[in-house]
Design a protein. Structure first.
Length: 277
């Protein structure tokens, strides 16, 4: 299905995440003329994509650059520059404009403070596998987002992976801790597995290769099989075998992997709340 919107899409911030989204939209048929990019310096590969499709891109977009108010203002800038970037963007919003944020640590209320009353706002948190179209984004909408705007968010964000919704904005902080920060946990697993192999005597390069292939292959098996991860774990585990010996360590009470992961997610959730306030 061709991606269409009821008006221009203003993309503020076209770095790695914004560039990945833009590439996904164009592949899905969004007309380049319907996209306007605000970014003072997109990465070279993204700048090439913008130029190849003749997309209007400027360091600052003014009302005169838009034929009409944007259907969507998608904010993909770093949180530390949000206070400088968003207020001028908010002045470009029309009565039917939707503000969609993919920036961490900024609440719906923070966006509403700069927008006209009853403006539609969606806050979302994607993750880095979005760069290869395999991300997952969790969203929450304010009370002014209508069904058509929610469908537009699904269409835009599904270009970079899966999309899920929560009704309580507080759960965005938990989603940030699980899926937003989660890729780092997986990469750490690969690091630790490789280092454990090296310490046990494997060549470092081979240990890294084994760990990387095991983590990525297992993830793909989980995705394609549709099986519960606990079942897949049990399928690998023979009673009193080598895997069971390792799992006895990883699953021990009072310091096993589940306890560590629960503590880690709680710490990330707490920090996400702190950054949003």
């Amino acid at each position: 299905m061709t991606l269409t919107l009821d008006g221009p899409l203003l993309l503020a911030g076209c770095g790695k995440m914004g560039g990945a989204m833009l590439a996904g939209w164009l592949k899905r048929g969004l007309a380049p003329a319907d996209v306007v990019v605000q970014d003072p310096g997109p990465p070279p590969e993204v700048a090439s994509l913008i130029a190849a499709h003749g997309i209007l891109s400027k360091p600052v977009i003014a009302a005169t650059d838009l034929a009409r108010p944007p259907a969507v203002i998608l904010v993909a800038v770093k949180p530390q520059v949000m206070d400088q970037v968003f207020p001028p963007l908010a002045r470009l919003a029309g009565p039917g404009s939707l503000t969609l944020s993919v920036a961490a640590g900024r609440t719906i209320r923070g966006f509403e403070a700069h927008l006209p009353a009853a403006s539609a706002v969606v806050r979302s948190i994607p993750n880095t596998p979005a760069a290869i179209g395999r991300g997952i984004t969790v969203c929450v909408a304010n009370a002014h987002v209508n069904a058509a705007q929610r469908d537009a968010v699904d269409a835009l964000l599904s270009a970079i992976g899966e999309v899920g919704w929560v009704d309580d904005e507080a759960l965005i902080d938990v989603a940030t801790a699980v899926s937003g920060s989660g890729p780092a946990y997986v990469f750490l697993l690969a690091e630790c597995l490789a280092e454990a192999g090296r310490r046990a005597g494997l060549d470092a390069a081979l240990a890294r290769r084994l760990a990387d292939a095991t983590v990525s292959g297992s993830g793909e098996l989980l995705r394609l099989s549709g099986e519960d991860p606990a079942r897949l774990r049990r399928n690998v585990t023979s009673p009193k075998g080598t895997t069971q010996a390792a799992l006895d360590v990883l699953m021990r009470e009072g310091g096993g992997m589940q306890d560590l992961m629960t503590e880690a997610v709680a710490a990330a959730t707490k920090r996400s709340l702190e950054l949003a306030n």
